[in-house]
Design a protein. Structure first.
Length: 95
């Protein structure tokens, strides 16, 4: 527990987000049923919102490459459209 008189310092951990994207990719890869369920709950809308709450420093080249790899694994057209709309075309994530 930090001392009361010292402020807590939070750093940027750029390793966690790539791991989470890799887990999501493994979950969706080659699974039509997982992709259909993720599409029905608008999973990329949730992911996009969470990404928009991060500092821009968390969106590294590695994260962008992993998102693109995830996009290439999507077999459901509606889910691919959701990812384009809520991740790649969401200007809040990229400025």
């Amino acid at each position: 527990m930090p001392e009361q008189s010292k402020p807590i310092k939070y750093g940027i951990d750029t390793t966690l987000l790539p791991i989470l994207i890799q887990i999501l990719t493994a979950f969706l890869k080659n699974s039509i049923s997982n992709q259909e369920e993720f599409c029905s709950i608008k999973g990329f809308l949730v992911i996009g919102h969470l990404l928009s709450r991060l500092r821009i420093q968390n969106i590294t080249m590695q994260v962008i490459e992993l998102l693109f790899r995830l996009y290439k694994e999507i077999l459901i057209p509606d889910l691919a459209s959701q990812m384009l709309e809520y991740i790649f075309l969401d200007i809040r994530l990229w400025i």
